[in-house]
Design a protein around this ligand. Structure first.
Ligand SMILES: [Zn+2]
Ligand SMILES: [Zn+2]
Length: 395
């Protein structure tokens, strides 16, 4: 409309349209991702600049953002390297999710009985609702709820398993490539018992990690500064109980090279959301026509996308159609590139504060976070952006 958009100079103010997605929190991944480039990590001008619009601020890289829908890329003006445009929000959300997984926090004593009027009301704030009830074997104080008469303590409730003498045996078998069938046969346990134990190991590992895993005081110059990241394709018979064909999920792992300590491991599944819920989210946002990098929801595959993927797999396997699929019963597949970036950001959470130079090897390619070609020793800059290598196999 001509009645608006005029300023005193007479120039028409054209509202700037983004060619790169807006940052979310401090996550902005759309820059030259060639670590050897002088412009590595420098955020380029995010706006389209049609004729008549103000120029980009001086000193801000401009480059170009060509490519069709879902395939936009940023072309660096300095090194001509192209970097696919990424969805900042999806990476931010996935980083938050995996961060919360390891953050189990202190256990607040409270009644945990579902349906009890005192459920989740902490002892510290409501002492009148509880009575002191001695101590646990482990020495933790115990209380009894006056509402439901159940007892509880500060310790986390250990999952119950009858034969704890077999824990070590079962763990060894699981960690040494034995099938569940063989594990069940040798240990004499049912599948149900084995799955319960896996849950128990998971609890133990999370508890250990939250208490003990602190890299802030590690001198990487002394213990070794090389890290190796690699991905494994895990083949799962997912789609059907009757007729099976393999569905591949990626597992991404970064190990400290000298000690073999696993710094971070990621699996391409979010068990907390179903493909149907993802579909509903996407429908509600009504962004079918929006490019993936600019969507509100782009972290996981929707049911439609996953079904299309299964149909392709079924065709390749010579099956006429995809039947209802069973396992895993819940969960959605993550977009692999989103998972890679979130993995890199978790590494930065763990070791980003160190002053020591760090070396990352990714899928056989040496990637340092050095921004200068001249420096002989690769140096990780605290606060610098880490970029997963461009070895993304599937997005
Ligand atoms: Zn560049
Ligand atoms: Zn209660």
């Amino acid at each position: 409309m001509s009645s608006v958009s005029k300023i005193s100079s007479g120039a028409v103010v054209v509202p700037l349209v983004r060619r790169l997605p807006a940052p979310v929190a401090d996550v902005d991944l759309n820059f030259c991702r060639n670590p050897a480039c002088a412009q590595y990590g420098l955020l380029p001008d995010p706006f389209k600049r049609p004729n008549g619009s103000p120029p980009a601020p001086p000193g801000v890289p401009r480059g170009a953002v060509p490519g069709g829908k879902h395939k936009e890329f940023y072309k660096c003006p300095a090194c001509r390297t192209t970097s696919r445009v990424k969805n900042n929000r999806a990476v931010f959300e996935e980083h938050e999710r995996v961060r919360r997984l390891s953050d189990i926090g202190p256990c607040v004593p409270a009644c945990r009985t579902a349906g009890c009027a005192n459920q989740d009301l902490p002892v510290s704030e409501h002492p009148d609702l509880y009575q002191s009830f001695g101590k646990t074997k482990g020495g933790d104080p115990r209380w009894r709820c006056k509402g439901c008469a159940k007892t509880f303590s500060t310790g986390r409730p250990a999952r119950r398993h009858k034969r704890s003498d077999k824990n070590r045996l079962v763990l060894d078998m699981l960690c040494n490539d034995l099938s569940l069938a063989k594990t069940a046969k040798i240990s004499g346990l049912s599948y149900r018992d084995i799955y319960r134990r896996i849950g128990f190991y998971h609890d133990q590992v999370r508890s250990f990690v939250s208490r003990r895993e602190d890299f802030s005081r590690i001198d990487f110059a002394e213990v070794g500064s090389r890290f190796a990241t690699d991905s494994q394709a895990l083949t799962i018979n997912w789609p059907s109980r009757k007729r099976r064909f393999p569905v591949v999920f990626q597992h991404l792992c970064t190990a400290h090279a000298r000690s073999g300590f696993i710094m971070e491991a990621s699996f391409q599944l979010d068990p907390a959301i179903s493909p149907e819920e993802a579909e509903a989210q996407a429908l509600a946002a009504n962004e079918d026509q929006v490019s993936t990098a600019f969507r509100r929801h782009a972290r996981i595959w929707t049911k439609t996308e996953f079904d299309a993927y299964l149909t392709r797999l079924a065709k390749a396997a010579g099956l006429p159609q995809v039947e209802d699929y069973g396992l895993p019963a819940t969960g959605s597949m993550l977009r692999y590139d989103v998972m890679q970036f979130a993995h890199a950001m978790r590494l930065r959470d763990h070791i980003g504060e160190t002053d020591d130079p760090l070396i990352f090897v990714m899928g056989g390619t040496l990637v340092s976070s050095n921004r200068s070609r001249q420096s002989s020793s690769p140096r990780y800059r605290p606060g610098a952006r880490i970029s997963p290598s461009s070895t993304s196999r599937r997005q």
